[in-house]
Design a protein around this ligand. Structure first.
Ligand SMILES: *[C@@H]1O[C@H](CO)[C@@H](O)[C@H](O)[C@H]1NC(C)=O
Ligand SMILES: *[C@@H]1O[C@H](CO)[C@@H](O)[C@H](O)[C@H]1NC(C)=O
Ligand SMILES: *[C@@H]1O[C@H](CO)[C@@H](O)[C@H](O)[C@H]1NC(C)=O
Ligand SMILES: *[C@@H]1O[C@H](CO)[C@@H](O)[C@H](O)[C@H]1NC(C)=O
Length: 349
């Protein structure tokens, strides 16, 4: 149809027809650009800030075809899938920090020893890690080969609204990270006690009391297409209050869960995100061995454990720290000595 009209060259009608075609063509190009551009915009909100060539390669590593569930409608998060659908990848976030502290090193070792992930991805805004524990971790080639650094751009806003705390940036980043890769996210003060493989068969696994209380987002295990991840991330568009510490991070997803319990596998106790300050720092509590992960609340000790003479744990004062946390650390230290001949008590000069 088009061509039969166009060949009538010289026809007076051609001019007006041509301008109509031209307009239609422009409209098409315009529409194409809009679709293309909005696609980019859409992508950029769900992709991590800064792309790197190695980023895509790493991403593909996790895309085991077994894990590619695109649609979780009617998925049963109580029974779970019959096979693993979440990659065995652990994600950590280090923002504005290039030094690994003693407790963070212990936690990183707990991940390697007790979860044994295929990869440990550290999402960082600077990524020039240095210092004693960084070198020590990297001296074990088995661990070094599993560590992937992923540089991210640290934004100061989410959907146009300023973050109230740096930690709020980490709250949204963990959602983006999981939406990109899937896997297991832990806060830097989370100690892994046991393998979490049993949770890798669910769309998403959360630590939650099941009531109005917030979710424990210090530990999140999710498939990259988990519906709750997207719902939670989207809630920042309309429901972000940057003056309340745990509101959009923890309370809003609890509200979503109260309405839609099918969205995630709920773990009430074993992920250890509840308040355990007395158990960890004021008593000897053998029960810790029955949990899967433990949120150490270590940055909250200054007011929750203010009577302790130890303000910051290190490789010296941990030796005869007799409360639960001392035993947890020494278990890792002993394993490292036995398996890798790492002497925690001897600082490299
Ligand atoms: C980014 O890519 C460059 C070039 O491939 C590489 O040298 C660098 O290590 C990458 N950075 C991260 C954080 O992956
Ligand atoms: C955020 O929370 C504070 C404290 O509860 C409240 O005063 C404020 O109105 C809230 N802001 C929004 C935008 O809801
Ligand atoms: C460890 O902490 C103690 C205080 O609890 C301090 O006296 C000591 O100097 C620290 N040791 C190292 C190696 O940082
Ligand atoms: C821990 O226990 C040992 C042996 O029971 C004791 O010698 C040491 O003083 C205790 N340390 C602390 C910090 O209580």
């Amino acid at each position: 149809m088009f061509s039969s009209k166009i060949v009538q060259f010289g026809n007076m009608k051609f001019k007006s027809k041509f301008s109509v075609y031209f307009k239609v063509l422009c409209l098409f190009i315009f529409a194409y650009l809009i679709i293309k551009y909005s696609g980019v915009l859409l992508k950029s909100t769900t992709q991590l800030g800064q792309k790197n060539t190695s980023y895509n390669e790493e991403k593909n590593i996790f895309l085991n075809p077994d894990y590619e569930i695109l649609d979780f409608e009617n998925f049963d998060n109580i029974k779970g899938a019959t096979k693993y659908i979440v990659p065995n990848v652990v994600h950590l976030i280090y923002l504005k920090a290039n030094e690994i502290k003693f407790y963070q090193a212990i936690n990183i070792y707990s991940i390697f020893l007790n979860q044994n992930p295929d990869y440990l991805m550290i999402h960082c805004d600077d990524c020039s890690f240095k210092g004693h524990y960084w070198n020590q971790i990297n001296s074990i080639s088995e661990f070094r080969n599993k560590i992937k650094l992923h540089k991210v751009k640290l934004n100061d806003k989410i959907f146009g609204q300023k973050y109230g705390w740096l930690e709020h940036a980490s709250d949204t980043l963990r959602l983006l990270v999981l939406m990109n890769y899937g896997g297991m996210y832990f806060d830097n003060d989370v100690y892994v006690v046991k393998s979490l493989d049993k949770y890798r068969r669910y769309e998403m696994t959360i630590s939650w009391d099941g009531d109005q209380e917030g979710l424990g987002i210090q530990v999140l295990i999710a498939h990259r297409n988990a519906r709750l991840l997207k719902a939670h991330y989207d809630s920042y568009r309309t429901d972000y209050n940057n003056s309340i510490w745990y509101y959009t991070g923890g309370m809003v997803p609890a509200k979503i869960m109260l309405k839609h319990r099918y969205l995630a596998h709920v773990v009430k106790y074993r992920l250890g995100t509840q308040m355990l300050v007395n158990e960890l720092y004021k008593s000897v509590w053998d029960e810790w061995k029955n949990l899967d992960t433990i949120h150490l609340l270590i940055n909250h000790r200054s007011y929750l454990d203010e009577k302790s003479p130890i303000k910051e744990f290190n490789d010296t004062n941990i030796r005869d720290y007799n409360f639960t946390y001392g035993h947890m650390c020494r278990e890792i230290i002993t394993k490292l000595k036995t398996l890798y001949n790492i002497d925690f008590y001897k600082k490299s000069k």
